[in-house]
Design a protein around this ligand. Structure first.
Ligand code: ZN
Length: 303
């Protein structure tokens, strides 16, 4: 993602526009359409831009992206904020972004934003850009080219997994994580398909860690596996219970109810400090006795 007009989170930019009043949006749209927005300049590619809007007077608009707050804008007109000039500038920026995404697609380069733009047309991949937001918040500086490239790959693989409903060795390969083993067989690394790309990354990182595969250094600060540990523990427990159910379900124990007139024998296990013993309460008795070896053999033979 080397294009200065590719936004890191275009989805949030769309949401930002929806917050304006209907009037500001209508006027801003008209402003944009008559070509009033001039000089859109990337101050910090992907996250900060300035523009000049010619609407009677010349107004200067600043658009900025904050990982936690999303997009925001300010204007030099008397209103200062929530005005049509900000709408017009953002519309122009999004138009630039779309052109940049198309450029990057046509050159075949993987790009975080191109994938994000593609994600908008797909309902399966929700909450696009959570991973980017987290990384930006942790880094407090623009992302390097290699970091953007890696994020783009994770994003692409996440979207593919959402469509396929599973993850394979190949998917790990594509992210540069060689788990050993090839093929299209699905790997069981999550209880359910992660709802955003950040959770997706955590499950991927967890699977890599379990196989002693290193994740990129720059991903370490946002790779807090405690966020998924509870889910994983619950999942593991459910799987164990399922395995036991299957095991016990395949056992065929003869269980005949006691015949009429036959008395019941109670059994109990006594756990002491140094030993455990099996005791029984025979018909007619009032106390439990420890079963002797010979008695146990007889008992087992009878039942
Ligand atoms: Zn304004």
């Amino acid at each position: 993602m080397d294009d200065a007009f590719e936004l890191l989170d275009p989805r949030n930019a769309q949401a930002f526009l929806k917050q304006f009043s209907a009037e500001a949006r209508r006027k801003g749209e008209a402003c944009f359409r008559r070509g009033a927005v001039q000089d859109v300049v990337p101050e910090e590619p992907g996250v900060a831009y300035s523009a000049v809007v010619k609407d009677g007077d010349h107004y200067e608009v600043d658009l900025e992206y904050d990982p936690a707050e999303g997009w925001s804008g300010s204007c030099s007109c008397p209103l200062g904020s929530d005005c049509e000039h900000i709408v017009a500038a953002m519309r122009a920026l999004l138009a630039e972004h779309s052109r940049a995404a198309v450029r990057s697609l046509s050159t075949g380069g993987p790009s975080a934003s191109a994938s994000l733009a593609a994600a908008r047309s797909r309902p399966a991949a929700s909450d696009a850009g959570e991973l980017v937001r987290r990384l930006l918040a942790a880094r407090k500086r623009p992302l390097k080219a290699e970091e953007k490239k890696f994020l783009g790959k994770v994003r692409t693989v996440y979207e593919r997994c959402c469509q396929a409903g599973r993850i394979t060795h190949w998917d790990f390969e594509e992210m540069g994580l060689r788990l050993g083993g090839y093929g299209w067989d699905a790997l069981q690394i999550w209880p359910t398909l992660p709802e955003n790309d950040y959770l997706f990354w955590l499950y991927v990182a967890n699977a890599a860690q379990q196989r002693q595969v290193q994740i990129p250094e720059f991903m370490q600060p946002i790779t807090d596996l405690s966020a998924i540990q509870n889910r994983l523990a619950r999942w593991e427990r459910e799987r164990q219970i399922q395995r036991w159910k299957e095991k016990l379900g395949s056992l065929h124990l003869p269980s005949a109810p006691p015949a009429d007139g036959q008395a019941l024998t109670d059994l109990r296990v006594l756990v002491e400090e140094k030993e455990i013993c099996l005791q029984w309460l025979r018909p007619g008795q009032t106390t439990f006795d420890t079963i002797k070896h010979a008695q146990l053999r007889q008992f087992a033979a009878n039942y």
